[in-house]
Design a protein around this ligand. Structure first.
Ligand SMILES: [Ca+2]
Length: 343
């Protein structure tokens, strides 16, 4: 024991210096510290963001430091975060309002019924009106690199970088973006992917920033991430677990309202859990093959491999074990949550 503590401190200091020197740090180096993360989300439209937030709260290796909203009506999105944090007894996590694009029409509030009777103003934790400013402050004051998990279009992140370009060098960037060789639902042709085409200039600005590492899951991998069978039955049946019950309640509200699919399968499987793959990559690179890719982004949102393109990322292009991912995600969602960190 007397030798071990200095070793740990040494490893931590090497880890920190490597990270700030621009070398991509791996959160799986064996350092005992949890990975501090910021979740940047357009929760409240597609149900996968809600699964992803529950996944972060149930992943012991991740330490959720902040949640920032993206696109649409910032207060609508923030209310899903704060209500779920209350249910999870995690009101220690501050939430920030990102750029606001005005009231969302009723037909775009796919999970809206779950918020009925809930008042964002009564959230007992911290809700930052200037969420972008609070995010910048958190990053610039953090003693260790943060991992930004971005799972929606990124106008708020682009605004943060415009206000303080220094944040990128202090963070790893992990996200759900693009389609390189595979389209939605495993289709054999790439297509413009929503998180890209919804705000192409914003993503170009974000991917041009000097993050310590850029790691993305495109549709090539995340587009086929579904939990079904016995795994889903266990999640569906976990009605005594308030967090999973809340996710399933959201899913039921969503299934009745989502316009882009006939979601009559909600009792037997999930929809595609795009964003859960990004959360997984924030802590582990198991189950996928990752390759460095140079690419350009077309004006229509297509992400096209191009050796002369302006963007570089490590990209999860293929599954090596998709059933293993589904099994692990199920087990994590069902496991008791890690103790809330002391602040
Ligand atoms: Ca999303």
């Amino acid at each position: 024991m007397s030798i071990r503590r200095p070793c740990v401190l040494f490893v931590l200091s090497v880890f920190a210096s490597l990270a700030f020197a621009g070398t991509a740090p791996s959160p799986t180096l064996g350092v005992n510290a949890r990975v501090p993360v910021v979740f940047v989300t357009d929760i409240g439209s597609d149900i996968d963001d809600t699964w992803a937030l529950a996944q972060i709260l149930r992943t012991p290796e991740l330490d959720l430091k902040f949640v920032l909203t993206e696109t649409g009506e910032a207060r609508y999105r923030a209310a899903f975060v704060t209500k779920l944090l209350e249910i999870a007894a995690r009101t220690d996590v501050p939430v920030g309002l990102g750029r606001d694009f005005g009231p969302m029409a009723e037909e775009h509030r796919h999970q809206g019924p779950w918020l009925r009777g809930y008042e964002l103003a009564r959230f007992p934790g911290t809700l930052h009106e200037d969420g972008i400013g609070a995010f910048i402050e958190l990053v610039m004051q953090s003693p260790q690199p943060l991992t930004v998990i971005a799972v929606g279009p990124v106008p708020s992140l682009a605004a943060a970088l415009a206000r303080e370009p220094g944040i990128a060098a202090r963070c790893r960037f992990v996200g759900m973006f693009g389609s390189f060789h595979v389209g939605y639902d495993g289709a054999p042709k790439p297509v413009p992917e929503y998180n890209v085409y919804a705000d192409v200039p914003a993503l170009r600005a974000v991917l041009a920033a000097p993050w310590q590492d850029i790691l993305i899951t495109p549709l090539d991998t995340c587009g086929t991430a579904v939990i079904g069978g016995e795994n889903y039955h266990r999640l569906w049946s976990a009605t005594a677990d308030p967090v999973l019950r809340a996710v399933i309640e959201n899913y039921c509200a969503f299934a009745a309202r989502v316009p882009w699919m006939h979601c009559d399968f909600f009792a037997t499987r999930t929809t595609v859990l795009f964003d859960s793959v990004a959360v997984h990559l924030a802590v582990s690179e198991e189950f996928v093959e990752i390759e460095p890719v140079a690419f350009r982004i077309e004006d229509n949102g297509a992400t096209v491999p191009d050796a002369a393109g302006p963007f570089r990322a490590r990209v999860a292009l293929r599954w090596t074990n998709l059933p293993g991912f589904a099994d692990q995600l199920t087990a994590r969602l069902l496991a008791a949550p890690p103790a809330a960190p002391r602040h």
